[in-house]
Ligand binder design. Structure first.
Ligand SMILES: [Zn+2]
Length: 399
């Protein structure tokens, strides 16, 4: 029986460690990730899944427990043979994360636990697009959250456009007009916590990879539609960043040579058909309806309006082209469609699937296409998952 003194010592250690991850070996990191993604498991099952000896797993379990990272799960899990075994689970409150999605006029912030459950969220208007103003705005919002939750360990920031997570520089932000901004360093200096950045679509892909529609998948792709069109790819269980963080920039791929124009003057590129603002502009002109919104356009198509229906079907053709291309190049087990534009997908899924089939190799098995559940906090949640992944990576090797 555990003595009160031992419990008190354990609680004291957890309090001291709040907001920090203890040094990890790569095997203990893998154990933690396995529990995070797949839920509670017995030591015997974990040892088998991770190909570790029972003795190694016992040692890892003890060290994670001492570090406050794992706890006994509430329910015992049945075993293949013998009595049910007490399962281990992640102590999801060992550290908390903050995720921020930067938009043109505002930012969405979430505070989450280790399994990406949102504990708090806020939307804050950006005073201007000046770097110093945005940095101060982010710092103020983060410090307000840290004041109520000292277990926040790391902050992740995501935004559209090429973002190089390795050099920690926002290479180019089309919405904010930034070039080569060392955003993590600038924010970190003000808040005293590590800050990581990632492209918004790749951050969303990271969230789907660990806690969403692709939890546990080693090879899949995510295509997002809405204000922008993006693509995130996981190959061999790793998110692909690419050179200078430019992987997945599919927005200006050519689809036809006779379509509408995008902002950069490309005729018939993916964006020209699929970006919400350009779809609305087409609809507003064709329908003589200057106040048309994206939701309004989708609603008209759903009600059978032929002009709105044609704009959506053309968009579906562009989406199918992207899905087929990414399926051909990356060979994913599935392609997930997400983003603010998901309400239009059921209306044009036949077009998307047919076009994807035309683009994929004729002999390849058809790639399954799934539509994700999407809410506006998903972007910020993705940034928090990137923060968690970076935190665990940076703790390896310190053991
Ligand atoms: Zn273009």
């Amino acid at each position: 029986m555990t003595s009160d003194l031992a419990v008190a010592a354990r609680v004291q250690r957890m309090v001291e460690r709040a907001g920090a991850v203890p040094p990890l070996s790569s095997a203990s990191r893998d154990t933690l990730v396995r529990l995070l993604v797949h839920g509670p498991a017995s030591r015997a099952d974990l040892a088998r899944q991770l190909r570790l000896s029972a003795a190694s797993l016992t040692r890892i379990g003890r060290s994670l427990e001492d570090g406050g990272m794992v706890v006994d799960a509430e329910a015992a899990v049945p075993q293949r043979m013998g009595r049910p075994s007490q399962a281990m689970d992640v102590n999801v409150d060992a550290v908390h994360l903050i995720g921020i999605k930067l938009l043109a006029g505002e930012m969405d912030l979430v505070r989450t636990d280790m399994r990406s459950t949102v504990l708090a969220h806020r939307t804050v208007p950006l005073p201007s697009h000046a770097v110093a103003d945005a940095v101060q705005c982010i710092a103020d919002a983060v410090l307000a959250e840290v004041a109520v939750d000292p277990s926040v360990a790391t902050v992740g920031i995501s935004l559209a456009g090429p973002v190089d997570p390795h050099s920690e520089i926002v290479t180019h932000s089309p919405f904010l007009g930034w070039q080569n901004v060392p955003l993590p360093r600038l924010v970190s200096e003000k808040i005293g916590l590590p800050v990581v950045i990632e492209n918004d679509v790749r951050a969303l892909t990271a969230a789907e990879h660990w806690f969403g529609a692709a939890a546990g998948a080693t090879d899949f792709a995510l295509v997002t539609i809405g204000a922008g069109v993006g693509c995130g790819v996981v190959i061999g269980d790793r998110l692909v960043d690419g050179r200078s963080g430019a992987a997945g920039q599919v927005g200006h791929l050519p689809v036809t040579d006779s379509g509408p124009l995008c902002e950069r003057g490309h005729r018939g590129c993916v964006r020209s058909y699929l970006a919400s603002s350009l779809m609305v502009a087409q609809g507003a002109t064709a329908l003589g309806h200057p106040d048309l919104t994206y939701q309004g356009l989708i609603g008209l198509a759903a009600d059978g309006d032929p002009v709105a229906g044609r704009i959506l079907r053309d968009a579906g053709y562009a989406l199918g082209t992207v899905v087929g291309l990414v399926a051909s190049i990356a060979g994913p087990s599935k392609v997930i469609i997400s983003g603010e534009g998901v309400p239009m997908v059921p209306l044009v899924m036949d077009v998307v699937e047919q076009r994807a089939r035309e683009v994929e190799h004729w002999a390849a098995p058809r790639v399954p296409i799934e539509v994700a559940e999407f809410g506006f906090l998903e972007w910020a949640r993705g940034a928090a998952v990137v923060a968690l992944q970076q935190l665990l990576e940076s703790s390896i090797g310190l053991a």
